[in-house]
Ligand binder design. Sequence first.
Ligand SMILES: Cc1cc2nc3c(=O)[nH]c(=O)nc-3n(C[C@H](O)[C@H](O)[C@H](O)COP(=O)(O)OP(=O)(O)OC[C@H]3O[C@@H](n4cnc5c(N)ncnc54)[C@H](O)[C@@H]3O)c2cc1C
Length: 593
Amino acid sequence: MSTPYRAPLQDIRFVLEHVAPLAALRQQPGYAHADDETVVALLEEAGRFSEDAVAPTNRDGDTDPARLVDGEVVLPASFGKVYQQYVAAGWGALAHPAEFGGGAFPLVVANAVQEMLASANLSWSLCPLLTQSAVHLLARAGSDEQQKTYLPNLVSGAWTATMAMTEPHAGSDVGAVTTRARPEPDGTYRLTGQKIFITYGEHQLTDNIVHLVLARLPDAPPGTGGLSLFLVPKLLVDGDGAPHERNDVGAVSLEHKLGIHGSPTCVLALGEGGDGAVGFMVGEPNTGMRHMFTMMNHARLAIGVQGVAIAERAYQAALAYARERRQGRRPGGAPDEQSAIIAHPDVRRMLLMQKACIEAMRCVCYANAHALDLAHGCPDPTVRGEQQKIADLLTPLSKAWCTDLGVELTSLAVQVHGGMGYIEETGVAQLYRDARITPIYEGTNGIQALDLIGRKLRYDDGAFVRRFLAEMRSEIERPPDVLASVRGTVLDGLTALERCTEWMLTREASSDDVAAGASPYLRMFGTLVGAWLLARSAARAHGLGAAGTYDTEFLHAKVAAAGFFATHLVPQVHALAASVTAGAEQLTHVEAW
Ligand SMILES: Cc1cc2nc3c(=O)[nH]c(=O)nc-3n(C[C@H](O)[C@H](O)[C@H](O)COP(=O)(O)OP(=O)(O)OC[C@H]3O[C@@H](n4cnc5c(N)ncnc54)[C@H](O)[C@@H]3O)c2cc1C
């Protein structure tokens, strides 16, 4: 009875043409091949794959969860089949460098594909996601030999990768990691310790798994400055790069979770058998955290995209249900009419909340990827530097704002279904459970907010964020304005954000007052960036008129979604502003909990 997933190709294409435009990327060397025709064909194919091959496996992982049998992870059979199709089609290679067998497409295109895969099956899509983040890391920090040995297989998806940081006492506090790495005379290392919560830490989808492990050398200083990064393959490879001997690393148990049951979340033991797991250092000693941040930032944006993806799939189900389900009489309906629930204002409000927020979230994530593409691909170092700062600023917003909303919107989709939303057979209950992890992993959303106020706002002593906000203001103010009736609302909201930003910047980043306001501040910032990009989307939709690719109703809906967002979401920032600037005092009053 669950609603089949339909890839939102028109919406994705509109953002790639008008909000985070591919045309701007094509002017950079290296992206010229990403022409509209090629990208549209590619996205259509990815959409078909997501709809027809991946989406039907979503339920399998929920009803037949990953299991550990004799040290091996058993996944639903459909996961393996679809993974082979994914590799054969070359989806994993899309945005990776051509020298390692990649397609060298912009990240924003790969993110669009990732969105569809995550909508189709969040649990399954985590496996390719982490591999892509690992490729990103190794392409930058790996030695020539490591790149030659591991990258082609990771790029193609023939092997997968993990991010192995978390330990029982070292979650948000990564600096508390205690896994040990002992140097050997041959230049390798022997690792001993235990990691927890490692996604796809063990499975049989591929011949090999490459673990990227944070560990500590014997003489390392305490904290994150004493962490080094190691590549620890499940199977050691021979001189020809072929896997041949089992390394001493493997899953000792799997977690039982609220959602994403198809994704194996492993307790990973290193060196349980005695002498330690063989590892190879990536980069220099004690620089592990810096390199891991390359992987984490890539993954944080991808997790933000998961927020968009899961909300999109839940919205599609809610919309279909609201059109079908008949209850009560709509305002002004005939006395004997039993209306479809979509005719009730409160249901329309819930649906529009989902639609408008998803569009805003998609704009934020794609703009984030677009900035990263320019930061890597533009020959002008000044542009590269500015775009990197924009990407850095947007990353905590993509990750935290989009995943918090992903959970809220998925909950709204359950609500639209009424009691049937709480019943498993509609599929939305699973989406709600699956969504709940996204604000937690890859750095909790509280940690994202601290990153925003503690680091990103402070770039150039605040000059960068002031410049960014001024550019938002000037675009919103620029005529012609199809949203004239709500422009004042958005500008008032922006004024509140500017005021809160100054409040943050004039206080010590480490003060309790600033930390207490971090999460509501991030929410404000995300809401206003969403409103700004939706204003751009509406202006472009209005400018296109009826001519060309998009039909009038689609374009009209873009303007309507932006208007709804400005009217219903933006005013919330004033309440948030009060919370941002309240300081920490109220948090200290409760002594008896
Ligand atoms: C399903 C799943 C998959 C995962 N996959 C991986 C993986 O592949 N690789 C990996 O390495 N890890 C993985 N993790 C671990 C995940 O990244 C951590 O759970 C997460 O970073 C939070 O750490 P923690 O669970 O120890 O929570 P804690 O750090 O104990 O946090 C608990 C609460 O305290 C808050 N908090 C903690 N410190 C601070 C602070 N300094 N300031 C303000 N608030 C704070 C947090 O925001 C949170 O609300 C996974 C976890 C799960 C559940």
